[in-house]
Design a protein around this ligand. Structure first.
Ligand SMILES: Nc1ncnc2c1ncn2[C@@H]1O[C@H](COP(=O)(O)OP(=O)(O)OP(=O)(O)O)[C@@H](O)[C@H]1O
Length: 300
């Protein structure tokens, strides 16, 4: 069996007496796109920064592309791409100049103009980065993250500030990277984006994993029970049921006709996520031990 691209075991990070990451365990397989979801302050960026080699861990084992990021060398760094949460471009160069400069740091860079086109900045290629809009500067960050043809790409909230069209261009770009076999670790607060891009997701709260699994199974079967909604006597009504068609037929019979605004649907990832993060933290449950790793698709 091939070694996973990322292997994390009981990862912990404290800032003073504050535990930001409190025992995370997960793998990311080669070629997989894995999304870390969780509320502000859950520990996602801290985790990513440890995996990138930018932050020291307090405890735990971490292997990224076969090396410990805490002591990895330049050759290892050339194999990863990073889009940090906060943009860091100085802005004195044009888009093309900046990308050319970065391309020079890598042994097998992508073509600069192809990358510019892939992030939708061809018309701005000769513009100084300082003159771009916030969303366009964010696209430069993404371009810089992929110019070195990374095997593993870290994307920390990459689409913040993107307009809907730019977001779609970005999704297409990610799909083409996936076809090339790139492994991707993504964090996002955009819960439409996660199912578009990720095969598996992990939900982190208070520095611990509260759910992990394929995006279409996260939270378990109970969280995916269909929802029947309709309007009755001027009010919106809803019922969760494993037999939505039977329920809708009985409803139609009771109302003497087609229920108004009838909809039958599965809960969205956002609804499932909100249910997961609303649950009390494992550490808040007196007497309940926190497992080092959770079974796929289970949650505490
Ligand atoms: N350099 C630091 N010094 C002290 N505390 C920090 C530092 N960086 C992060 N923290 C704290 O660690 C916790 C986790 O922060 P982190 O940035 O990893 O969360 P996050 O899940 O990425 O949040 P967001 O979704 O807002 O980006 C927070 O309580 C934060 O205040």
């Amino acid at each position: 069996m091939t070694e996973p691209a990322v292997r994390v075991r009981d990862l912990r990070k404290s800032y003073g007496d504050r535990m930001a990451v409190a025992g995370l365990t997960f793998d990311i397989e080669r070629g997989e796109t894995f999304a870390l979801l969780g509320p502000n302050g859950a520990g996602k960026s801290t985790t990513i920064e440890i995996l990138e080699g930018y932050r020291h861990r307090t405890a735990g084992d971490v292997s990224v592309l076969g090396a410990d990021p805490g002591s990895a060398d330049r050759r290892w760094r050339e194999r990863i791409g990073i889009v940090l949460q906060t943009a860091g471009q100085a802005g004195v160069f044009t888009v093309r100049e900046q990308l050319r400069q970065f391309a020079g740091y890598y042994p097998r860079p992508r073509d600069v103009d192809e990358v510019i086109a892939a992030v939708g900045l061809t018309a701005q290629a000769g513009t100084r980065i300082a003159k771009l809009s916030g969303g366009q500067q964010r696209r430069v960050d993404v371009a810089l993250g992929i110019i070195g043809r990374p095997e593993l790409l870290f994307l920390d909230e990459p689409t913040t500030g993107f307009d809907p069209q730019a977001r779609r261009v970005f999704w297409e770009l990610i799909r083409s990277l996936q076809r090339d076999g790139t492994t991707i670790l993504l964090t996002t607060h955009d819960l439409d984006e996660a199912p578009q891009l990720a095969g598996r997701v992990a939900v982190v709260t208070h520095g611990t994993l509260c759910a992990i699994g394929p995006v279409d199974r996260i939270g378990g079967d109970d969280a995916r029970i269909p929802l029947v909604t309709w309007t009755e006597a001027g009010a919106r009504r809803e019922q969760r049921t494993t037999e939505p068609l039977t329920f809708a037929s009985a409803l139609a019979a009771r109302l003497g006709g087609e229920p108004k605004d009838l909809q039958i649907r599965r809960p969205t990832l956002e609804e499932i996520y909100l249910g997961l993060v609303a649950a009390p933290a494992a550490s808040d449950l007196a007497g309940v031990a926190t497992p080092a790793g959770l079974d796929e698709s289970s949650h505490s």
